[in-house]
Structure formats: C-alpha cells, structure tokens
Design a binder for this molecule. Structure first.
Ligand code: ADP
Length: 475
C-alpha cells in the first residue's frame, strides 16, 4: 500500500494473492488493508490537501505531464502486467495503457483551464466573482476490467483540480494499481497527495470512505448494485458522488445499413475484453432483412477468435475474471437456448489445451433472442453476442430503451436523418453512429438512469472535483 508517500504493509500484516485468470497461477501477494489502514490513508490525504490545493495549476499540470511521459515510456511493461493480471490480449492491454495515459495528458492540460466567471449584479454597488475550488479529499474505488485507465480517469482530474486522493483498487487487479502509483510517485506527486489501500474485502474500506467526515467525494466505477449501496451511504452523509455503473447497450442495425460492416464492428466491440465492459453491446437489434447476412458474417468472424493466454501470439480473446463470471454466462446462454434461441457458435466453456486452469468461455453468437430471455434483460459481462431480429413496425427505439440502464448504444445506418433521430430517441449517454469506439479522454463518459451519475473525461470530468464559490463584493 502507498500511504503518505511510503510503501508499506497492512497494519494487520495480512496479505492476499493476485492470480492470473488465464492460468490460475499466483502472480504476487499484496497487503490486505482494513478500516484502520483506510483511516491512516485519509489522515495523510487530509494533511496533504492544503498544500496540494495551494500549488499553482501550472505546478500540478507539470507533474501530470511527467506522469504521462512515464506511462508512455513504460507502455509495453504495463501492458504485459495487465495481460498477466487481468487477462486481456497484449495488444488490447497496450491500447488500454495508451487510453490511460491520454487522461494524464488531457488533465495536465485541463488543470490550466479551470476558469471562473464574473456575473453582473442587479445592484450598482455589487460585483460577483465566481471561482472554482477543489472539493477536498476524494475516495476512489475502481474496477478490475480496465485496471489502469479507470485509475487515471479519476486521478487525472482529481489531481488537476487540486484534490488529494485515497484509492482502493479492485481486489483482482491490485498490481496494476501499484504500477500506476509508482509512476505518479516518480513523476513527483508529493507524499500524502495520492494514497493506495489494497484490500481483499472491499466493504470495510467502502464503509470508511462513506462515513469519514473528511472525505468530500466518492468516485466509483463498478456494478450498479455496489454503486447504489455506496451512493445511499454517501447520500446520508451528504458526500458528493460520481458513479459509473453497469450498462446493457443496444446495437441497432437498420434496414439500410451494410450488414457486413455492422457485423464486423459488432465482432470487434462485443468481444473486446471478453465482453467485460460496461459499454459492451448486449442486445443486437437487426432488421429482419439484414439478419441473415449479419449473423453469417458475425459468426464467421467470431468462430475465428482464438481464446487463450493473452501473452501468446494470435489470441483474440482472454479469460473471464473468475468462476462466478463464467457461471453467469452459462446461465444466460442455457436460459436463452431453453427458450428457443439458436446457438450459431460457442455456447460452452473451454476446457481443452490447458484452458481449464483459467476461466474461459467460448465466444458465442446467439440469434432469435426474445424479451423473455435473461440475456435480453441482464448485463452479460461475457463473450456472448445476442441478436434480436426486428420487423418493420416494431418500435425498436422503445425496445432499446426498455432497460433501467442508459450508458452506451450503437446504431448502424447510411441515412443521416435516421441516424440523428436514433441518437435523439435513445436514452443512452454515449452513442456510436457507424462507430464502435465513441470514447476518448477528450469526451464525457458516463451514464443515464441506473448506469450512473456524473461524467468522466472531457472538460466535464474536472468539474466533478470542483466547487463553485460565489463572492459578492460591495464596492
Ligand atoms: P464487479 O461485479 O464488476 O466486480 P463490483 O462493483 O463488485 O463490480 O466491484 C467494483 C469495485 O467495487 C471493486 O473495487 C470492488 O472491490 C468494490 N466493491 C465491491 N463491493 C464493495 C463495497 N461493499 N464497498 C466498497 N467497495 C466495494
């Protein structure tokens, strides 16, 4: 753990293992922190806050810029660690590391653009000046699926704004978090400004974060269920929150779209990170006239995806995070099969050639998926493409919106007016139009409805860490 600028063990001296999900091997052990460790980390962040907030934006920017440079220099090394600890293929891990570094650069720049306002008063003898101030000590909780970029997406804007941070990474990927912290330390972040508490059991740490009066804000990325619990506790104690939660993305292919192009896009985005992404398409609504061509192209691409250890050449798809994740995918696929869905490829665990040592499920395409199936309703977080053919007259936008989630959506059409109407009609906050990667450090990312609150990235991302201060001057 990293507390007040020192690498240290848990007070209890306990530790836990980080395990390679592809091989089941122990990679390393890390300190198993508890509530007391979290409180020490908050002490440090609280003590460091005034001097960090008091630095100029230019000083904070220079440190983030240095961290960006270091992360780019170590991209290969970080990607390798990520593949070993999280499982995604090496190339995907390198792409994520680049995305992670992008946030450091973007917020090195945004640090210098935290502008206030002057506002005219109704009184001739009064002037209003609105300035921005950092919210204070931030508690961050991050997930395992994007174990480096989800840290920089929070640390970048928090540090740029002048906040100090205590972060608890996911118990499945503590080593990636440690690697990010080493970079920030080397870049010159002063002691106490960023603190890291690793723990096997997240709950006691979450309880400290939501109850300690010194924590001003909680930023969380993870499941809707955990986000709801944290938001409830944080709400009771009137802490600010940002919540980036689950999704259930629709992927709409209109009749005029090119089904081959759409299927190519779907095969790339659905199986990214083995489907373990909150923006992963979970329901593919395809016009019935295009469904056959779409499913054929998708199936032929998916059949060619090779599963295995992401360090090996030619691997297109890695393991799932754990046994529970495999069981969830199995349950959804069996349920769909029993209710009439057709399994075009996959549909089973992978046990051969040593894959039984990890958590592998075959890349799967299901078609004829209907609303009574679990997969139509639940986020899968696994490698299953579920195709729902629709007809003229079906209200596809209503079908797409028929979910508590509102994170990402995708639409394929060659008709600009239809594209615009679809974007306007979808209750989702991130929409790809003939595009499978509608994300960037420069653009806001976040969800509507049960997908969360607040935005990360872009100029909006730093606002989450700032208060507005109104000063009315009588002159
Ligand atoms: P997933 O189901 O995708 O693993 P989680 O929401 O369980 O998502 O995990 C996301 C992050 O939330 C992880 O860092 C995890 O340790 C943390 N977490 C899970 N439960 C709690 C809790 N009760 N309090 C605080 N953090 C939690």
């Amino acid at each position: 753990m990293y507390i007040n600028g020192e690498w240290r063990n848990a007070l209890s001296k306990k530790s836990f293992e980080s395990i390679n999900p592809a091989t089941g091997e122990v990679i390393d052990t890390v300190p198993d922190g508890n509530a007391e460790d979290a409180t020490l980390a908050i002490d440090a962040a609280n003590n460091a806050f005034p001097s960090w907030a008091g630095k100029t934006a230019y000083e904070r920017s220079a440190i983030l810029y240095k961290a960006w440079q270091l992360m780019i220099q170590r991209k290969g090394e970080l990607a390798r660690l990520m593949t070993i600890e999280q499982g995604k293929p090496l190339r995907a891990a390198a792409n994520e590391t680049q995305y992670a570094a992008d946030f450091l650069l973007w917020y090195a720049e945004e640090a210098k653009r935290v502008y206030g306002e002057t506002i005219p008063s109704a009184r001739g003898d009064q002037r209003f000046i609105i300035s921005k101030a950092p919210v204070g000590v931030v508690a961050a909780i991050t997930p395992w699926n994007y174990p480096i970029s989800m840290l920089t997406r929070k640390l970048g804007p928090a540090l740029a704004a002048g906040c100090t941070v205590v972060l608890k990474p996911a118990e499945a990927t503590p080593l990636c978090a440690i690697a990010v912290y080493k970079i920030l330390e080397e870049a010159g972040v002063p002691p106490g400004v960023i603190n890291l508490v690793t723990a096997k059991d997240p709950k006691p740490i979450g309880d400290v974060f939501t109850s300690d009066p010194r924590i001003a804000k909680i930023t969380f990325t993870g499941s809707t269920a955990v986000g709801r619990t944290l938001a409830k506790e944080a709400g009771h104690n009137l802490k600010r929150i940002s919540m980036e939660l689950g999704g259930h993305a629709p992927f709409i292919v209109w009749e005029d779209a090119d089904p081959t192009h759409a299927a190519k896009g779907a095969s790339l985005v659905k199986f990214l990170n083995t489907g373990q992404a909150c923006i992963s398409p979970n329901r593919m609504f395809v016009h019935e006239n295009q469904a056959e061509a779409y499913v054929a192209e998708l199936t032929s691409r998916v059949e060619r995806l090779r599963a295995g250890n992401g360090l090996d050449d030619g691997i297109g798809i890695g393991p799932l995070v754990n046994e529970a994740a495999v069981a969830k995918v199995e349950r959804q696929v069996e349920d769909a099969r029993s209710k009439g869905a057709k399994v075009m490829c996959g549909g089973h665990r992978l046990m051969e050639s040593g894959l039984d040592k990890g958590h592998f499920y075959a890349a799967t395409v299901l078609t004829d998926v209907t609303p009574d199936m679990l997969i139509y309703r639940e986020e899968t977080f696994g490698p299953v493409a579920a195709v729902v053919p629709f007809r003229d007259g079906d209200d596809v936008l209503a079908m797409a919106n028929d979910t508590p989630y509102g994170l990402a959506a995708y639409v394929y059409t060659n008709d600009i007016a239809k594209a615009m109407r679809t974007v306007e009609g979808l209750n989702f906050a991130i929409i790809g139009v003939n595009d499978i990667n509608p994300t960037s450090a420069a653009a806001p990312f976040g969800g509507m409805k049960s997908s969360g609150l607040g935005r990360e990235g872009g100029h909006e991302g730093i606002e989450e860490y700032l208060e507005s201060k109104t000063a009315g001057f009588s002159i």
